[in-house]
Design a binder for this molecule. Structure first.
Ligand code: ADP
Length: 458
């Protein structure tokens, strides 16, 4: 072979080698682009929160380590995001289900978050989140508390009242909160309506008791001093004054007895001897006890109860106390020649006892309040009659301790009807002798149960 041919062969071989290398490089570059695409797509997926593991065919050879790292990163991120989501959902669920109203207000006084209790408290039934605070409420103390928390960066406390028909009182806390992302004020509304009501009742009660005790005490003291000052020597004045002292001492006794009874019921220390009670017998017994007073006041009392009235479950002495109180009130507040009618009937699973009078009636505004301690429509009239203003309050407690209900319907100048609803004993028919009094005297079958008396503390 000539040297020229040799050189040509070398050049041809070199060119062939170059072409092969170029082809290999192109193949390698195409594969690298494909891997780069897979890496980019995997990172974009992570950015979108799609934490999927890379597929094995996408990352082969030297890229397998990259694929593995991406899969591990995706798995860890998925776990962390899931944990954070769970924590966020849990916190949101806690806030949503809290009985306290909670809201977060940003620096532009826009509500970022508010739970249902907050919306209900401020009366925003269509929700609060995302709305300007002023759109939702214009309550001055609340707005000022938010502004104060922003300007002083300290917690502001206030008491606010929402609602007009059924006003509720809330203890408000406006606490500034600052995170790296935002600044705002967290509002918490805690309903203190019942606490304030109980505080008021206690205050009123102490004032009432002091007032009720002071009147007879002052009278007793005054007449005792008058006697000591010389009236003792005047026989007619002496007797009169001593009678006044005795009456007021008796009044003091009644008040303290009633107060002790009330406190025993409310403190849960009063025991109830529960047994099956026959209402007709109980009615007859109570009417007998007040009949002389009724006669003296020129009033007629009549009663009616079906012979086969089922038994109620209760403490007969306590129920007598309730009925006697209602009868005494009826006599007290019914001018002659009026009438009083007691009746009993079955209504569903209850016995309904009614004491109706044709007396002075009770103004509608007072009808709910007469069951409060010491509440009287006409204080002077009640005192004059020896009333303590505690009778109906005690009666209501006793009836409620029997799982019953006591209420009044009345029309001023027309009369009043006091109702007592008591649960019946579960029926269990046995043969009994009929009721004395109004009953016919024949043998009848009435439902009865629990002949053994039981005790039930309230
Ligand atoms: P009191 O010792 O004054 O009778 P109560 O608690 O028994 O106390 O009754 C409270 C008030 O309810 C009474 O002072 C009276 O104003 C009113 N009241 C109760 N029963 C009647 C009635 N039958 N008719 C009219 N008013 C009544």
């Amino acid at each position: 072979m000539t040297p020229v041919a040799n050189n040509l062969l070398l050049i041809f071989g070199a060119l062939l080698l170059l072409a092969a290398m170029a082809a290999l490089w192109r193949i390698g570059a195409r594969r690298s682009r494909a891997r780069a695409y897979f890496v980019r797509r995997a990172v974009e997926d992570l950015g979108r929160g799609e934490f999927r593991a890379s597929r094995p065919e996408e990352f082969t050879g030297g890229w397998a380590a990259v694929g593995g790292a991406l899969t591990e990163a995706a798995t860890k991120l998925a776990a962390r995001v899931e944990r954070l989501t769970d924590e966020r959902d849990f916190s949101a669920a806690v806030l949503i289900s809290m009985s306290e109203g909670v809201a977060v207000v940003d620096t532009r006084e826009r509500i970022l978050f508010a739970n249902a209790a907050f919306a209900e408290a401020v009366g925003a039934n269509d929700g609060c989140s995302g709305r300007p605070l002023l759109d939702v409420t214009r309550h001055t103390s609340l707005i000022e508390a938010v502004a104060g928390a922003f300007t002083t960066a300290e917690t502001v406390r206030a008491e606010v009242e929402f609602g007009t028909v059924r006003p509720r009182t809330f203890a408000l806390t406006a606490a500034p909160v600052t995170t790296t992302a935002a600044r705002g004020v967290v509002l918490v509304l805690h309903d203190v309506t019942d606490i304030r009501r109980l505080e008021r009742i206690r205050r009123d009660f102490v004032a009432n008791v002091s007032h009720e005790l002071r009147t007879p005490l002052t009278t007793i003291q005054g007449f005792a001093e008058t006697l000591l000052g010389g009236a003792l020597d005047d026989p007619s004045a002496r007797r009169k004054f001593l009678e006044i002292i005795r009456d007021h001492a008796a009044r003091l006794g009644r008040i303290t007895d009633d107060l002790l009874k009330l406190s025993a019921i409310e403190g849960g220390s009063m025991t109830f001897h529960m047994e099956p009670v026959r209402l007709p017998q109980l009615i007859e017994h109570c009417i007998e006890a007040v009949s002389l007073r009724a006669k003296a006041s020129g009033l007629a009392i009549e009663w009616h109860a079906p012979e086969a009235l089922p038994l109620v479950r209760g403490d007969s002495l306590r129920l007598e106390e309730v009925l006697k109180n209602l009868l005494e009130n009826a006599i007290q507040y019914t001018p002659a020649p009026g009438s009083i009618r007691v009746s009993a009937a079955v209504e569903g699973e209850h016995a309904l006892l009614c004491v109706a009078d044709t007396g002075i009636g009770i103004p509608s505004t007072d009808q709910q309040r007469i069951f409060e301690r010491f509440y009287r429509v006409d204080v002077a009239r009640s005192r004059e009659a020896g009333g303590t203003g505690l009778g109906l309050s005690i009666a209501k407690h006793i009836v409620e301790a029997h799982q019953g209900r006591l209420w009044v319907e009345s029309e001023l100048g027309q009369g009043s009807r006091f109702y007592v609803s008591l649960p019946l004993c579960a029926p269990e028919p046995v043969t009994l002798q009929s009721e004395p009094g109004k009953s016919s005297g024949s043998t009848e079958s009435v439902p009865q149960q629990h002949t053994e008396p039981t005790e039930k503390p309230v």
